[in-house]
Every structure is written in structure tokens, then in C-alpha cells.
Design a protein around this ligand. Structure first.
Ligand SMILES: [Zn+2]
Ligand SMILES: [Zn+2]
Length: 459
């Protein structure tokens, strides 16, 4: 949990590997760097997401120090803090110690922070400044905020295909409840503790999303953020898990059905229910500090927003969908489901042509505009619970293996497509366009950039 005086730091696996290779070239010496970090500020938590790694060249930018063994040069520090101030990013100086499972700043390190950081905060003009120190398997932080408070590290998380975590010292795992005994035999107390401390969002609580909620609640995820603006309808009863005939009669909100269902499974689960469109700014703001997002809403604006959150806030996510295409003669042409894992810097839904710009333009109009321009209501799409279940189960299963870091080796990120008529599964390699704004410029910017949310015209 990221409460009180800690701060979590998130970094992409590519940036982490670059930094590690620089700090630990194999000679047991000390090296330095500065990280530029997007700021994710909410009322009770602070998270920093690494936007850029600036390696300090030994001999030019990182030199023998007046007080300590080695230090960043004043001119290097000055260039970095000015850049961070201009871009509204946090400044984090990095060096390494040669310890292993645990690490902390030396007295000389702390004294240098106390000498230097008040002035850096002044120059930064509102952005946090601070330091990280790495050992081979641990990381510690000393982050200074403009209000005068200081934060230590909560967790350091590396976001690649899998999610890897480091702390300043080895952590205690919580006691396992008997209800989770059988799954803990697969992923251990460490995995169960991670799930209990995680804040996971499910966007869209229809056929696929309601199943995802069921799985996450039974797995013991501690905090769920459930997003759906709609009320249940008669035609949903065939697919929405937890929905009853009474819910149909009363037109219950889908969030309320999901909350009730999750609580029947576990009364300890913390739930934020948001009965608004995900692309509303107020909803998007509440998703910025989630640890993983399941995207089961099928609108283009939901795709655009979650794709942006993944890259701008380094939140791993997965987009799921099922589609049945009838032919003109009334038979089925294709029945498929897709599970597309999204990770910052690894290609995006925009790069891969999965955000239909015509459809997006229609969705971003107000209801009134849509009515006036007679876009009409389309024929409802076919939808069947079993196809949804394949998508939901595959997505949550991949989440378990990746999020709890149970897979060894570096697997490539893939999009999975299952075509049920032909009974084939395909793996599609996502493309990455180096000019893409959505996964390029947004990457790691945190609160310094606006999200692509719905703009309401003045009444
Ligand atoms: Zn040190
Ligand atoms: Zn892209």
C-alpha cells in the first residue's frame, strides 16, 4: 500500500536495463545517472514514473567528489534540473552501492542531500527532487517534496512483459487465509501478498468485465476499481455474472451488481465503484495510480484512454474483446476473441490500427450531436458467454503469470487471437511506430500531460 510517507517508482524494462548496465558494468565501482520522472500525485499517494534515463559519463558528468567518493558535477545537475523544471518532471539522482539484498544511503549521501536539495527544490519550482541508490537486488529512495516533506521508497517496479519488484530490504509476506490455500501452492505467499496489496481496475462490466471481476475477487485482489456507466438490460442476463432477474426489473447499475457479487465472494475487498464513462476526466484521474487495468469496454474512446494511461503512467494493461461476425446468409462467418497485453514502450493500440478514428470521432460527439446527425442505433452485436469466458480467463491467467513474475526468460509481448470456427489460435506481434504520439511523447509523462478525455462544451 502506498500510504503516508512512501513513494513508489515505476520504470519500463528497457529503461531499467539501460540503467542497470551503466551502474553495474562488472567492475564493482560506483556510477551515476539522473532520472526524469512523471509525477502522479493524488490526495494520499505519490508515485513517480520514469520518463527518461540520463546516464552521467564517468570523468565528465560523474567525477571524484569533494565530500564523497564520486559525485555528479554541478553543471550536469543544473542542466537536468532545468530540464525537469521546464517539463514539469521530478528529478532523481542515482548512484550504486555494492551491497546485495538490502541498501540504504550512507551518512555522506544524506548530508549531500541536505546540503543540495533545498536549493534544487527552489530551482525546480514545484517539482519533487531526490535520489535513488541501487544495490544488486535492492533500491532505496529519498524524495523531497516542495511542501518540505520527504518520502522513502515504497516499491520500485519494472514494467516489462512481466512486472518485477524491488524494495530497500527483503519484505515480509502476509499470512495466508485458508480460502487461498490451493492457489498459494502455485504462486506462493509472495504472490498472494502482492495481490492483496494491489489496486486493479476493470473498465467495462458487461460479459467479459463481470467475469474478470469474479476471477480477481476470488484470487484475493485487495482493491478493485470498477468502471461502467450503464444499467443492466434484459438482453444482458445471458452473460453478466452476478446479475439477477430482480436487477433487470429495477434497472440496477452494472457497477452495483459487480460490487455486490465481489462482496459475496470476499467482504474484505476494497472497492471503488465509478458509474461514469471511463473517458470522463474525473474517472481517468482515479485510474492514474492503479497497478493494472483490464479493459473490457468496447468503445474506441475507452481504448484511446486506457492506451494513454498505460504509456503516460506506466500502468500495464490488457484489452479484451469477443466478436461474432454473421454472414449475409445468416450463418456465422467468424467467431473470435482477442486478448491484447499492453505495456509501456512496447507498441500500442494506436500504432496497431486498433482505434478506429471514424468511430472515435462519432463517440466523442455529445448525445445531442449524435442524434442531430442521425448516426442511429446499430443492430446489436451477437454475444455469447462462452466466448467472453475464454477472453476473460486468458487475460486474467496471463495477468497472474506476468504480474506475479512467474514466467522465466524474456518473452516477447504478443496479441492473442482465438478463432473458434476454424479452431485456431494466432499470436500477432504488435507493431511500434516510432513517430506515434500515444506511445512516444506520452511515455512516462505522468501528470505533466493531459489525457485524451471527453471535452464538454460550455453549456
Ligand atoms: Zn552512496
Ligand atoms: Zn503507438
Amino acid at each position: 500500500m502506498n500510504m503516508g510517507n512512501t513513494c513508489d517508482v515505476l520504470i519500463t524494462s528497457d529503461d531499467h536495463n539501460l540503467l542497470r548496465a551503466h551502474l553495474f558494468p562488472g567492475d564493482h565501482d560506483e556510477y551515476g545517472a539522473v532520472l526524469h520522472a512523471g509525477i502522479v500525485a493524488s490526495s494520499n499517494s505519490l508515485r513517480l514514473v520514469i520518463q527518461h534515463v540520463e546516464l552521467a559519463k564517468y570523468g565528465t558528468d560523474y567525477v571524484p567528489g569533494k565530500f564523497g567518493y564520486r559525485a555528479l558535477t554541478p553543471s550536469f545537475i543544473h542542466r537536468q534540473i532545468i530540464h525537469c523544471r521546464n517539463e514539469r518532471l521530478a528529478y532523481l539522482a542515482v548512484h550504486n552501492h555494492n551491497s546485495d539484498k538490502q541498501v540504504s544511503f550512507s551518512n555522506i549521501d544524506i548530508e549531500s542531500h541536505e546540503r543540495g536539495y533545498p536549493a534544487l527544490l527552489d530551482i525546480g519550482n514545484g517539482v519533487p527532487v531526490g535520489a535513488l541508490v541501487f544495490s544488486r537486488r535492492a533500491v532505496a529512495a529519498d524524495v523531497w517534496l516542495p511542501d518540505g516533506s520527504r518520502r522513502t521508497l515504497g516499491a520500485y517496479r519494472v514494467i516489462g512483459q512481466t512486472i518485477k519488484r524491488s524494495y530497500s530490504k527483503p519484505r515480509m509476506n502476509s499470512e495466508v487465509q485458508e480460502t487461498h490455500d490451493r492457489q498459494v501452492r502455485m504462486f506462493g505467499r509472495r504472490g498472494q501478498t502482492i495481490l492483496e496489496k494491489s489496486k486493479i481496475a476493470v473498465v467495462g462490466l458487461g460479459g467479459i468485465g463481470s467475469l474478470v471481476v469474479e476471477y480477481l475477487a476470488r484470487l484475493g485482489v485487495g482493491h478493485l476499481v470498477l468502471v461502467d456507466p450503464d444499467r443492466i438490460e434484459k438482453t444482458n442476463l445471458s452473460r453478466v455474472v452476478g446479475a439477477t432477474g430482480t436487477d433487470i426489473e429495477t434497472g440496477q447499475l452494472k457497477t452495483q451488481i459487480a460490487v455486490r457479487h465481489a462482496r459475496e465472494i470476499s467482504n474484505q475487498i476494497k472497492i471503488d465503484a465509478i458509474s461514469c464513462d471511463v473517458a470522463e476526466n474525473s474517472t481517468a484521474m482515479k485510474l492514474r495510480n492503479c497497478d493494472f487495468i483490464f479493459l473490457a469496454a468496447d468503445s474506441m474512446r475507452a481504448r484511446l484512454l486506457v492506451n494513454a494511461l498505460t504509456h503516460q503512467y506506466l500502468i500495464p494493461s490488457v484489452q479484451m474483446g469477443a466478436k461474432i461476425r454473421p454472414s449475409s446468409s445468416g450463418s456465422i462467418e467468424d467467431a473470435m476473441c482477442a486478448v491484447r497485453q499492453l505495456r509501456p514502450g512496447k507498441g500500442c493500440l494506436w500504432c496497431n490500427g486498433l482505434i478506429d478514428t471514424t468511430q472515435l470521432a462519432i463517440e466523442l460527439k455529445t448525445d445531442e450531436e449524435r442524434k442531430n446527425q442521425a448516426y442511429g442505433v446499430e443492430e446489436p452485436n451477437p454475444s455469447v458467454i462462452t466466448l467472453n469466458a475464454v477472453a476473460a480467463a486468458n487475460a486474467v491467467n496471463d495477468f497472474l503469470f506476468d504480474y506475479l513474475d512467474l514466467r522465466s526468460g524474456n518473452r516477447e509481448l504478443i496479441y492473442q487471437h482465438h478463432h473458434f470456427l476454424r479452431n485456431v489460435s494466432q499470436s500477432v506481434m504488435p507493431r511500434r511506430n516510432s513517430n506515434c504520439f500515444e506511445c512516444g511523447e506520452r511515455l512516462g509523462m505522468g501528470d505533466a500531460l493531459e489525457l485524451p478525455t471527453i471535452v464538454h462544451s460550455e453549456q
